[in-house]
Design a protein around this ligand. Sequence first.
Ligand code: SAH
Length: 195
Amino acid sequence: MSKVPRELFIPPNLRDYAYVDTPLPIGYGQTISAPHMVALMTEALDPREGDKVLEVGTGSGYQAAILAEIVGDSGHVYTIEIVKELVEFARENLRRAGYLNRVTVIHGDGTLGYEAEAPYDRIIVTAAAPEIPKPLIDQLKPGGRLVIPVGDLYIQYLTIVTKDLNNNIKVERDTPCVFVPLIGKYGWRGVKDII
Ligand code: SAH
């Protein structure tokens, strides 16, 4: 995290707050997660050099850059964002920070995963899910790990899903957290009417 300049992932008017440990608005009702939450999720995910990682919820691209720093040139990060404008924002941020060679930003519904590059060593979801989307479990490699906040719209628990070499699934509930809602097929539907 000390290598990735967080200020490059924040709208210009809020750059003075780049190193305050808080989420910040990035437009379209979305936020860049607080640094402590990025650290906590990255530790829970336990990515390794050379890993192929899928992120759902690109937002600013900051979490993707942290993952790119860890997986290195022998790995790759695929990250999916549902808001078209944020896809452009994240791409531009990642380009300026020098990570676009290790990160592919895709516009789409990440609750469906990204079949084209599956399976993945690691999958991270950075929005609040009502349940664990089945496609994400299916797209995890044996020996893989998925980290996702699961709960209601107001509070969630970081949930760690592991798939062993015999394809057995283990689900563990970790730290409480608060994320913006995951929408899409396996996310919250009609969420704009609820919040
Ligand atoms: N990881 C981001 C923060 C993510 S905020 C960062 O480092 O800045 C959560 C993001 O998830 C929002 O940008 C929101 O638009 C996106 N999102 C919500 N539902 C989604 C879905 N089904 N597929 C892809 N992205 C989704």
